[in-house]
Design a protein around this ligand. Sequence first.
Ligand code: ADP
Length: 504
Amino acid sequence: MPTALQKVSASFAPQRNLIGGEWRKSVSSETYASTNPARTSDIVGHFPFSTKNDVDAAVQAAAAAYPSWRRFPTPQRGTILRRCADALTAEKEPLAQLMSREMGKTLVEARGDVQEAIDCAHLYAGFARIFGGQTLPSELPDKAAFSQRKPLGVCGLITPWNFPIAIPSWKAFPALLCGNTVVLKPAEDSPACASAFGRVLTKAGVPLGVFNIVHGDGEHTGAALVDHPDVSAISFTGSSQTGKIIAEKCGRSLKRCSLELGGKNAQIVMPDADVPLALEGAVWGAFATAGQRCTATSRLLLHEKIHDAFLDRFIAAASTLRLGDPLNQRTQIGPLINAAQRERVSDYIRIGANEGATLRQGGKAPGGKLKSGYFFEPTIFADVSANMRIAQEEIFGPVCSVMKFKDLEEAIHVLNETKYGLSSSIYTRDVNSAFVAMRDIEAGITYINGPTIGAEVHLPFGGVKQTGNGHREAGSAALDFYSEWQSVYVDYSGKLQRAQIDTE
Ligand code: ADP
């Protein structure tokens, strides 16, 4: 018997591509199933496995919509974004429920994910009336000079499943505000969330063809979007491996490309820290979304004076976390996204043990009722050293590696000693230690007395080193990716004036 939630989902999240305002099947008619990771017998829907032709149709629709969207006054584009915020707000609860069911984050976190999209829509709607450049003096008389932002054209957005509405909104809303049209290729594990997002945007009045969706995998559908000659820019969030492939292709065709890749984030706890607060932060940072966040706390660096007692409390707290159906209000940890991810996390448990780390908590898939999905116990490794693979590689699961340090200098050195640089955190009551950390930590995001997760939409989001390629999402920084500067000079002197020459 289908549940009420199952029955509504087909119209709520159309199992089609969104192309030029129409919900269309793939030209191949091939589909694939999206399943509930907490209960794999529950099929959320069958979504198109899109071909190169579908991608081409979506890009053509976006290209056709571009000239009028580009010329539509920016404050009016902002008004449409504000309507998107209102429409998302009106449907926040069913969107959150669909998200919990399709990708396994708890309902509380799923509501946060939708809220992030709402915040993002409000943010860029607000920018619409102050969207401008600079007016600057010219070095020559009777000459004006200013700069203005121009859109890029059709932007391809390729997104992961772990923030299935928030991340598409981080990309789509600034792109649309700048006057671009977009084609979204959402992750194959969360197509229903993407369709539901597209339906809300369409209902809110985003004009036909301005926002398009093509479902499918990375190798065919995603690659076709990256390769398409009429796509001006690609914004990608996902694995480093895929990011490198995309960057290489974009490099060859000089396509603008923004990459948001992995992280190996650490939380430092100093001996003067508020221990209960630091503990709460570590549990939330390491195990929320079952550790499947690019900002998850996958390393916990404890000062030697507090190491043993803190570790015991951390283990005790992790062991009492309630795993279960993410739609159940009491659940604290949902499942991993799919069988491959659970296999990957299990591999890292073997790798950690073989490297000589001590498994102190978890380390396996739970049995009993939880065998219905891809659950994995919150896991803690102690006696980890900085060069071990479990301290260096992104695991993307509920696994935290605990390390001991002697002083702040060593802690920051260890924190920095990975190829990534996304998020970081330090718990201390000493203002001097906090400022040294802010100065010396190599990361795009640093929290003082907060966990490594919890970014807000109006600040730049992104990382240094191999976490990305220098661009930032969110905040005003995202506008720099989705627009080009045009410098305009207006000479009203009526004569030729030569810059740098006629200035003496
Ligand atoms: P994750 O491990 O988080 O799933 P991936 O990098 O595999 O990360 O996937 C993130 C997104 O990138 C998904 O939407 C996926 O379909 C897409 N993708 C994967 N491979 C490619 C590729 N070669 N070209 C374009 N997109 C891809």
